[in-house]
Design a protein around this ligand. Structure first.
Ligand code: PLP
Length: 365
């Protein structure tokens, strides 16, 4: 059933597995505090060059940026900015990450949920965006890897004067080179973009970036009297500086391994197609044509497939209300040989000997 030579306890998670050079960089800089970068030699410079690199990979044209602990914090910060500008309602598709609803709740903003289906979403947006609103779109939804119809939605939002935040937590580093490329320019109505480096960047957690125009980023610095620079970015106080040093190493490692981020995007999509092709004969079907290297695989056993996976000691993420298995293909799955194990465990879970619907079968007796 394949060449899996290791024991996995979780399959298909979006969590990085930093390559050795990144681990070494983190170990050497564990004592540094990104909440006070001026006090640690090299951290300010390392942070500046990393942000420049992420801007170049992710968006077109000019941008400013700041580090966050991840996309949750980036989503909170973006909505915080728009709330200060008088926006009181977050409009987001049902498929948006739960952190968007969390952010709205923390900020005391209303939330209007629109359908995740692109056509219905655009219909809903056409008939009800107004000057109370800020719109959140996703490039690479958590469960199915969908890309929201960004171009069309930006057009509608632009006509209504509604700012847009794009949550590209997972796909931000590869979105320019996906089969349906997403090119974002931080010009109205585009307000900001969230990208995680501890996902496809294979950097140690916690590390994300918010990209936006200078005004938005500047408003996310808060007074911090005893910090040498006198200010601090974002929600958190003290936070590890080591992921910044390590991210340089992991991004370099990925570029060396795949030739470029374009090469990495292609390799991840090929791997995703390979998983689907291998698993289809075992009863798995993707819920939709994949757009990013994330898929939701439904099995003919339905929800039982999760019990079957539990039985063989592996946890998988669920999607579409527990009816499917969510797999995110990560760079390390390819160069670390985990891909074979993902397919191996899923095949095993679908085998008649393991399946819980075969009561009285092999493993039940
Ligand atoms: N947004 C999306 C689309 C995600 O997939 C995730 C995590 O999976 C998040 C936000 C939250 O990211 P973090 O855990 O880095 O805060």
């Amino acid at each position: 059933m394949g060449g899996c030579v290791r024991r996995l306890s979780v399959i298909g998670a979006m969590i990085s597995k930093p390559p050795e050079p990144a681990r070494r960089a983190c170990k050497a800089t564990l004592h540094t505090n990104l909440g006070d970068p001026g006090s640690y030699p090299g951290l300010i410079e390392s942070a500046r060059t990393l942000l420049e690199k992420v801007i170049g990979i992710t968006v077109d044209g000019e941008a400013s940026a700041g580090f966050t602990s991840g996309a949750t914090e980036a989503n909170i910060l973006a909505l915080y900015y728009w709330r200060r500008k008088g926006r009181r309602r977050v409009v987001a598709p049902a498929t948006a990450h739960y952190s968007v609803r969390k952010a709205a709740s923390l900020l005391g903003m209303e939330i209007r949920t629109v359908p995740g289906d692109p056509e219905q979403m655009l219909d809903a947006l056409s008939s009800g965006l107004d000057d109370r609103d800020v719109l959140v779109l996703t490039v690479g939804t958590t469960e199915e890897g969908r890309i929201d119809p960004v171009e069309e939605a930006l057009e509608i939002a632009g006509r209504r004067g509604v700012p847009v935040h794009v949550d590209a937590a997972f796909a931000g580093l590869v979105m320019k080179w996906l089969p349906r490329p997403v090119r974002l320019r931080l010009e109205e109505p585009m307000g900001s973009v969230a990208v995680d480096l501890h996902k496809l960047g294979e950097a140690p957690m916690p590390l994300g970036v918010i990209l936006a125009g200078e005004d938005l980023i500047n408003e996310l610095y808060f007074e911090a009297p005893y910090i040498p620079s006198g200010s601090q970015f974002g929600v958190l106080g003290s936070r590890p500086g080591c992921p910044v040093f390590a991210a340089h190493a992991s991004l370099h490692y990925l570029e060396q391994t795949y030739g470029s981020f374009k090469g990495m995007a292609a390799a991840l999509m090929r791997a995703a197609d390979q998983i689907i092709g291998e698993l289809e004969p075992y009863g798995y079907t993707p819920t939709r044509k994949i757009e990013t290297p994330i898929m939701c695989l439904q099995h003919k056993l339905g929800r039982e497939i999760h019990l079957s996976l539990q039985r063989i000691g592996v946890k998988a993420y669920s999607c579409v209300g527990g009816r499917g298995v969510r797999i995110a293909v990560m760079p390390h799955h390819i160069y670390d040989g985990e891909l074979e194990c993902i397919t191996y465990y899923l095949k095993l879970a679908a085998s008649p000997f393991t399946s819980p619907v075969r009561r009285g079968g092999w493993l039940e007796s």
